[in-house]
Design a protein around this ligand. Structure first.
Ligand code: GLU
Length: 435
């Protein structure tokens, strides 16, 4: 049905805003931050400043729906910090996104950028909506209005969005266009993860999964394992999970299980990831009904007898009970915040090598940085150049985190926080506090 503005039907309805957070992801971030801050003997003023966001934007996003009625969505953009440079981070669309979650994700972006040494601060955006229940036209109007509302926040030198859960290249193209219309010039460096035709970078789409692959191989090296003797289970079959699984299988690993929203899929002989990606593409993004695998539950997938577990879905999946039952030797966190703070010591006690989110999934923002550099130079790199530089950065970051962890006798997660907080705190010290 064509879009028609029905001026007589002005009913306004809101998406239900979640009142109660499940776990509080921001608290999960702060608990790890506290441990690292203590190791660093962080000055209390810096502690206060770095443990909370610099700015929080909450905005109402009115959208005319295809049926002519208006809906008002709640949108967020949190700038955690911009000491190292303009703030950077994705925008997620999900029915259950909360402000606390976006605050945590924004802080994780600050630490992530510092771990891989890209000159950005951290931010994150979110809109409480169910993108699966919306038409492409409705999603376009939502995206454009959200962008227009945040016109003074975004900018290539201020705050640069990117894709995250349920957002993609097309949505970034709408952000670019809306921002550019208001700015009266085409400003392609205002957003990353956009189509290559609009100044996107080659390799950006695969970058997070590729980074997961690189750090997983680095972790295997440390444990003396070779990819061809490793089995892998991947939770989540979105951009990160599917590409991470495909690249690990190309390296010789046997992927015995993957899952998506429709459930888990297991094959002891190894799944054909390319075939599964084609299947999902042909079935509205879902693996439902995929024939060459046995069904398993989410819990079963997380506790399977595999060498490597890649949680690449959402927060708080590896709980205390999962941590106790898991059989993996390596956990590479493709998702942000997949492990609860209470699960951390259990995994460490068991000797599981956990490659933390702020390192493992930093490949995405690293190539976002490359994209931003290319846009600003107006000079675009080959895929080979992007991938080589990404691999080098991820390897180096892994080694530095590993050494920092050893030096302080802590987990890789705390090692990564120590490295990141030290870097941001040093920069803050040099800049000083403006008063
Ligand atoms: N949303 C991605 C993340 O969580 C990418 C962010 C970016 O490229 O700015 O790391």
């Amino acid at each position: 049905m064509p879009f028609k503005r029905n001026v007589y039907d002005t009913a306004v309805y809101r998406e239900p805003t979640p009142i109660q957070d499940r776990e509080n992801p921001f608290q999960s971030m702060v608990e790890r931050f506290d441990v690292a801050a203590e190791i660093l003997e962080l000055n209390p003023g810096f502690y206060e400043y770095l443990s909370r966001p610099t700015r929080v934007h909450v905005t109402s996003v009115p959208v005319m729906m295809d049926d002519g009625r208006m809906k008002v969505y709640e949108g967020y953009r949190v700038i955690h910090n911009n000491v190292l440079g303009p703030s950077k981070g994705g925008i997620r669309y999900a029915p259950d996104v909360t402000l606390n979650e976006v605050k945590a994700l924004a802080a994780w972006m600050t630490w992530k950028c510092a771990v891989v040494d890209v000159p950005f601060g951290g931010a994150k955006g979110g809109v409480v909506c169910d993108p699966k229940a919306m038409s492409p036209d409705e999603l376009e109007r939502l995206t454009r209005r959200y962008t227009a509302n945040l016109m003074d926040v975004f900018g290539p030198d201020r705050d640069i969005p990117a894709p995250d859960m349920n957002t993609n290249e097309q949505i970034m193209a709408w952000v670019l266009d809306t921002y550019s219309m208001h700015a009266r010039r085409t400003e392609n460096a205002v957003v990353t993860g956009k189509p290559v035709e609009l100044g996107g970078s080659k390799g950006r789409r695969e970058a997070t999964g590729r980074g997961v692959m690189t750090v997983t191989l680095a972790a295997m090296d440390r444990l003396g394992l070779s990819p061809s003797e490793c089995t892998v289970a991947v939770q989540g079959f979105g951009n990160v999970g599917s590409i991470g699984a495909r690249l690990l299988s190309e390296q010789g690993c046997t992927i015995t299980a993957v899952s998506d929203i429709s459930g888990g899929y297991y094959n002891a002989d190894g799944l054909n990831i390319n075939e599964m990606m084609d299947y999902a593409k042909a079935h509205d993004g879902s693996l439902e009904g995929y024939p060459h695998a046995d069904p398993i539950t989410n819990e079963e997938l997380l506790t399977l007898d595999v060498d490597v577990l890649v949680p690449a879905a959402k927060e708080d999946q590896i709980t205390e009970s999962v941590a106790r039952a898991t059989q993996a030797k390596i956990i590479a966190e493709g998702a942000n915040g997949p492990t609860t703070p209470a699960a951390d010591p259990i995994l460490r006690e068991k000797g599981v090598l956990v490659v933390p989110d702020i390192l493992a999934n930093a490949g995405g923002v690293t190539v976002s940085y490359f994209e931003w550099v290319q846009d600003r130079q107006g000079y675009f790199w080959t895929l080979d150049r992007v991938n080589r530089r990404l691999d080098r950065i991820m390897r180096r970051a892994f080694d530095r985190v590993y050494e920092t962890a050893q030096e302080h006798d802590v987990s890789l997660r705390i090692g990564a926080y120590v490295m990141a907080i030290r870097k941001v705190a040093d920069a803050l010290q040099m800049r000083g506090i403006y008063a």
